[in-house]
Design a protein. Structure first.
Length: 492
């Protein structure tokens, strides 16, 4: 049984909590909830911006609220009997933005605070930083010092970065916060980066009316971490929508004589001229920077507990490496394992259960106390047109990990797909470990393939051999019948 040093229940001071969580994004909220659920333990959740975090107000929720109408319209414009009634290939922008604002609650976090209250969690407003083992100071008009009896959880997430290129920062380009919370639609846009945020942003900007979009990608393809056939399909669709994608290119300098801080989602001043590494110059109304994010470790006081101030790593119990006593944890984007809301919440569930078990001196030998899915079982959906849904290894990453693999591939041309849309095109690949005959990765690309990924996740996490998958019969006529096509490629 693992024992953990824990502080005696000292004074009745209201500033002593069993668990203190820094950052109230989805990961922090779940860690606090799981750590105290069904017990009389107390928890404080410290937040210096909005309870709900990046996901609720500036990332997942607004971006998917902007993208869903695009998917519906795209399907409708390809459906005989419906397409005749669709008179435009653009969405109704004001209506879409109004719906988006409903999903972000107008940046009012009171419903999330009510949730925390109902879960028995104290919300404390202010910037939190460690001042020593189990000790936190919350800055503000009335600074408070908090002490944790059992655990401190760091869940401070990440921040978008703007590269230090000549003129770029002075031009006040859009980051993902502006793109997801846009109020004006720039007509000519330059997007820096070819990752998920860049590709999803292009998808909604195009549909909302931006008609000259250029994407500058340093590498040779979009979505570098997914199978090439999936990124090729997304690039091909951008091409048909007149989006220019320039691979192997970088911005070398930016000039915007009239840069103005007009607020999030507003065009930040006058036109911009960008010079590119291929020697060309491009004039746009706004630049969107989607080149990456960095850990939110600023002024976190990591040095006060002997940690390097640059990054945080954790073990599978989500306990921070390099700190004695198993009292410090990190969940969500901050630990660098998987920058996705569902993975942060998964880690938070594991972390909360570990804190509860340690507080009650229970053993940690059950698999539920280890965040094993972080290693190579991470599902992700990219809500572009077409969608990309993937879990686990790609062909490349499986080989790099040392697997001897077989790859099963099939076009998605089953009855369910053609019913869904006459001109449905899609492709699927299953990466199978030859030694065990178990799938270790799956990728789907096509219209609305998002829901296919969970079956693949179950097969991979459950280590279901292909011989058993043969008896997992997909319902007719659904897009899931592609599973049958994949397995049929094995028939002699
Ligand atoms: C445009 C975009 C779209 C995305 N879409 C998806 C998607 O569809 N699906 C998906 O799974 N993921 C998506 N993501 C990723 C997702 O947003 C993150 O994985 C998720 O928000 C991480 O949650 P978190 O709790 O770790 O951190 P965050 O959500 O970043 O929350 C951290 C919180 O900590 C607070 N904080 C930071 N430092 C301190 C401090 N010192 N004191 C007090 N408070 C502090 C912050 O204010 C913030 O509220 C998207 C990301 C972007 C940028």
């Amino acid at each position: 049984m693992e024992r953990v040093s824990s502080e005696p229940a000292d004074s009745a001071s209201t500033d002593t909590f069993d668990v203190i969580v820094l950052g109230a994004g989805p990961a922090g909220e779940n860690a606090a909830q799981y750590a105290i659920a069904g017990s009389d333990r107390t928890a404080a959740l410290v937040e210096h911006e909005l309870v709900g975090g990046e996901c609720s107000y500036w990332a997942c929720m607004p971006s998917k609220a902007l993208l869903r109408p695009t998917q519906v319209l795209t399907t409708a414009t390809h459906m005989p009997g419906v397409q005749q009634h669709v008179t435009t290939d653009h969405v109704d922008t004001p209506a879409v933005l109004t719906r988006r604002d409903r999903f972000t609650s107008g940046h009012d976090d009171s419903s999330q605070v009510l949730w925390a209250d109902a879960a028995g969690i104290d919300v404390i407003r202010g910037h939190a930083h460690l001042t020593g083992p189990r000790t936190i100071t919350v800055d503000g008009d009335h600074p408070r010092t908090l002490r944790a009896r059992h655990a401190v959880v760091i869940a401070t997430g990440t921040l978008s970065t703007v590269p230090d290129l000549p003129g770029l920062r002075a031009a006040l380009p859009w980051t993902s916060r502006d793109a997801t919370n846009l109020r004006q639609i720039p007509r000519r846009v330059l997007v820096l980066g070819g990752g998920v945020v860049a590709c999803e942003t292009v998808t909604w900007l195009r549909q909302l009316g931006a008609d000259e979009i250029t994407v500058v990608v340093r590498g040779p393809r979009l979505l570098a971490r997914v199978e090439p056939f999936a990124s090729d399909a997304v690039a091909a669709r951008m091409h048909t929508r007149d989006v220019q994608v320039r691979f192997g290119t970088e911005v070398t300098s930016v000039t915007r004589p009239d840069a103005r801080d007009t607020g999030i989602g507003m065009i930040h001043g006058g036109p911009i001229t960008a010079e590119l590494s291929d020697g060309t110059t491009i004039d746009v109304d706004e630049v969107v920077v989607a080149t990456g994010r960095r850990s939110a470790v600023d002024h976190l006081g990591l040095d006060t507990v002997g940690l390097d101030t640059g990054s945080i790593t954790v073990d599978d119990h989500l306990t921070v490496d390099g700190v004695d006593g198993a009292w410090l944890y990190a969940v969500g984007d901050i630990n660098g394992r998987a920058a996705l809301t569902h993975m942060g919440k998964y880690q938070a569930r594991v972390c909360g259960d570990v804190i509860a078990a340690r507080a009650e001196n229970r053993p940690l030998d059950d698999p539920r106390y280890r965040a094993s899915a972080d290693h190579a079982q991470i599902p992700q959906v990219i809500f572009t047109v077409p969608e990309v849904a993937a879990v686990g290894h790609t062909v490349d990453s499986a080989r790099t990990a040392g697997f001897d693999i077989e790859v099963l591939e099939a076009d998605i041309d089953v009855a369910g797909a053609t019913l869904h849309r006459d001109d449905f095109t899609g492709h699927a690949a299953l990466v199978v470990d030859r030694a065990t005959d178990v799938p270790v990765g799956a990728t789907f690309v096509g219209s609305e393939v998002a829901e296919l990924v969970h079956a693949a996740t179950i097969a991979i996490v459950g280590k279901v051999p292909l011989a058993s998958l043969w008896h997992a019969v997909p319902a007719y006529p659904t897009i899931s019948e592609v599973w049958l096509r994949l397995l049929e490629t094995r028939r002699p």
